[in-house]
Design a protein around this ligand. Structure first.
Ligand code: UD1
Ligand code: UDP
Length: 382
């Protein structure tokens, strides 16, 4: 029997981190021919992940340009994917999450009537401008996709409300699979600062911030709040690996350069990031991925956004949505730095997003759908 040709398509750092363990799993299956296409919507931040997970893409569209717009990303991906799909003729395309690569990859496959599987399906805020453009991207991909791999039961429920009930699987999030391979108690950082930090005597706050809907006033307020916190709390070491977006770089450096206990550093590779997260005191972020990883590592998270599509850890009590207003961010962070009961109440490990076997379930579901297996995988239960 001919193997099923399954093409993974991804382009940004988080998609790569979350697809990498799936690429590995697909390669393990004898009934599957795994093909990997990257758009390189991110160049350096993607390549860092490819290197760590030793992935060599079969196709690379190399589309990134400085200060790229949503239209240029989408059109370059769509046009590039046309030729790739014509040449590779996969039976199934897998896209991940909610980026412009995700949307354009799914659309390109649809135009050639190739089946689409959506990994990390069913996340919703129900606000089409927040996160922007991600909420619309994932909704549109939900309509295009034939297979939907939901991390949690709540994600499946979101799809059900939209009338999407066929081909839906609860698998857990593949990021927890990745996390299992990266965190080690004796990990040595290549970034010397991270080896030198005193993680028990000082309070290390890990910060990231990049979302498009935070550009402008929200990001100004977030950075000003961080500067204030560093000044008001000499016991803090604020470590902020700054996203390579020029918009973010400019704002972060303008507010935070020259503050002694603030460390603005280049983006970390994923092993360094996960191991720093495992050692830090608190995470402050607008990232989706960090909201999933930190709870698994028992670290409290303040989300620097107005809402979240990841309510599970909020319900479990380890994540709080701080918003984007200066006063709110400062008040919540002050609370966690000054009130040890408040801190302890949030600092416990929960795993609502996965058990580390999401990729196995996804590959099993694909094999089942294509007739290579008699039964579907058992669902992930948190
Ligand atoms: C993108 C995704 C967002 C995801 C984020 C993860 C869209 C619309 N946005 O946002 O959903 O959360 O990735 O980080 O798909 N840059 C580099 N080198 C890199 C990466 C980025 O120089 O390796 C710079 C470039 O100037 C680029 C800019 O960052 O133009 C912005 O990148 P882009 O992919 O457009 O937006 P992100 O904010 O990264
Ligand atoms: N990450 C990383 N290095 C960094 C910042 C983030 O490896 O300097 C990882 C992080 O652990 C998570 C993913 O990148 O797995 C999240 O990416 P990002 O915040 O850019 O995107 P989002 O998750 O918000 O889409």
């Amino acid at each position: 029997m001919k193997p099923i040709r399954v093409m993974t398509i991804f382009g940004t750092r988080p998609e790569a981190i979350k697809m990498a363990p799936l690429v590995t799993e697909l390669h393990r299956r004898s009934g599957i021919e795994a093909i990997c296409c990257v758009t390189a919507q991110h160049r350096q931040m993607l390549d860092a992940v490819l290197e760590i997970f030793r992935i060599q893409p079969d196709y690379d569209l190399n589309i990134m340009q400085p200060r790229q717009t949503l239209s240029t990303i989408t059109t370059k991906c769509l046009l590039g994917m046309e030729g790739v799909l014509e040449q590779a003729r996969p039976d199934l395309v897998l896209v991940h999450g909610d980026t412009s690569t995700t949307f354009a990859g799914a659309l390109a496959a649809f135009y050639q009537k190739i089946a689409v599987g959506h990994v990390e399906a069913g996340l919703r805020t129900y606000d089409k401008y927040s996160p922007f453009p991600e909420e619309m991207n994932r909704k549109l991909v939900g309509d295009i996709a034939d297979l939907h791999f939901c991390p949690t039961a709540a994600n499946r429920e979101n799809l059900r409300k939209e009338g999407i009930c066929e081909g839906v699987f609860i698998t857990g999030n593949t990021v927890i699979d990745a996390l299992k391979t990266t965190v080690a108690p004796d990990f040595r950082f290549t970034t010397q600062l991270l080896n030198q930090l005193d993680y028990t005597g000082r309070k290390v706050i890990l910060v990231t911030c990049h979302r498009r809907e935070n550009y402008g006033r929200p990001m100004e307020d977030i950075m000003a709040a961080l500067a204030h916190l560093a000044g008001a709390h000499p016991e803090v070491e604020l470590v902020y690996p700054v996203h390579l977006s020029p918009v973010v770089q400019e704002c972060a450096h303008r507010h935070l350069d020259g503050i002694g206990n603030v460390h603005l550093i280049p983006p970390l590779d994923v092993e360094e990031m996960h191991n720093l997260m495992a050692r830090c005191y608190l995470v402050m972020t607008d990232s989706g991925g960090l909201q999933e990883e930190a709870p698994a590592l028992g670290k409290p998270v303040l989300v620097l956004r107005r809402e979240t599509e990841r309510p599970e850890a909020v319900e479990a009590g380890t994540v709080k949505v701080a918003g984007v207003a200066y006063d709110d961010i400062v008040a919540l962070a002050d609370g966690l730095l000054e009130d040890s009961d408040a801190y302890r109440a949030m600092a416990h490990a929960v795993n609502p997003y996965g058990d580390g076997f999401a990729c196995r379930r996804i590959a099993d579901a694909i094999e089942w759908k294509f007739g290579l297996r008699d039964t579907p995988p058992a669902e992930f239960q948190s």
